[in-house]
Design a protein around this ligand. Structure first.
Ligand SMILES: C[S@@+](CC[C@H](N)C(=O)[O-])C[C@H]1O[C@@H](n2cnc3c(N)ncnc32)[C@H](O)[C@@H]1O
Length: 233
């Protein structure tokens, strides 16, 4: 297993997804696929909100991480906090705090999100919402979604995952959803990935609508746009 399949779990909240992906433009009735979902609480929170508010909207998460039991992931979350937070507190100037406000704000947001994820992941019916799948191979027989989201995976590891991987991954996603949103559009070391321009050009040439959209979310410096790809009819 590579480290990409077993990274440090440090998942984001639905509120963070909301501002990364401009979800105010999305119907609460939408069926959403969270790709490379990791320990983010988006799926748990979107489904919970739909149930509470009586919407038909549903979310499903996929990630190779979901091959692992809850106790193992929960232990990794604690280890991640001990590894990540001291380094953030030592060099806070590396980040943009206009959204998460402070290292304490970051820690609270992340732990709150991952607690909600673990709680949902421990439920007996979790296999319906959490699927152990790794791009570029998706498999949702008979299922379709209105929107796919991919936070902090595609383009982020551009040095390790090449153009061919990105192309195959995006084709696989568009087989199941007519629209894909990807954030951020920067590599881990804050560079604009060389693959981004090529993917934008190639998918536009195939007739898909491709655009970079400014978003409100801030944390990684200069990560202020998402990519929107809307499948050609
Ligand atoms: C940085 S985390 C992002 C988690 C979540 N989307 C968020 O923003 O909080 C990256 C995730 O990509 C997952 N991953 C690694 N290889 C993958 C693959 N081939 N296909 C899908 N997900 C993968 C990892 O397991 C990890 O959970």
């Amino acid at each position: 297993m590579t480290w990409l399949e077993r990274p440090v779990p440090w998942g984001r909240s639905m509120a963070e997804y909301h501002s990364m992906f401009a979800l105010e433009t999305v119907s609460k009735e939408a069926r959403i696929l969270d790709i490379a979902a990791g320990s983010a609480s988006f799926t748990a929170e979107w489904n919970h909100t739909a149930t509470q508010e009586g919407h038909k909207g549903r979310a499903l998460a996929c990630d190779p991480l979901f091959d692992h039991p809850a106790n193992e992931i929960a232990a990794d979350i604690q280890a991640a906090r001990d590894q990540i937070m001291p380094s953030v507190r030592t060099r806070p100037e590396r980040y943009d705090w206009s959204y998460l406000t402070s290292p304490d704000g970051l820690e609270q947001t992340r732990l709150h999100a991952m607690t909600a994820f673990i709680k949902d992941y421990r439920r007996p019916d979790a296999h319906r919402r959490y699927r152990a799948l790794a791009l570029p191979h998706l498999n949702f027989p008979g299922e379709q979604f209105d929107l796919a989201l991919c936070s902090h995976f595609l383009f982020r590891y551009a040095g390790m995952l090449d153009l061919q991987f990105h192309r195959a991954a995006i084709f696989a996603i568009l087989d199941y959803a007519p629209e894909l949103r990807i954030y951020p559009l920067l590599t881990l070391d804050n560079r604009r990935p060389a693959t981004l321009e090529i993917i934008m050009r190639d998918f536009s040439a195939l007739g898909h609508h491709v655009e970079e959209v400014p978003v409100r979310y801030r944390f990684q410096k200069s990560a202020d746009h998402m990519l929107r790809i809307v499948r050609a009819n």
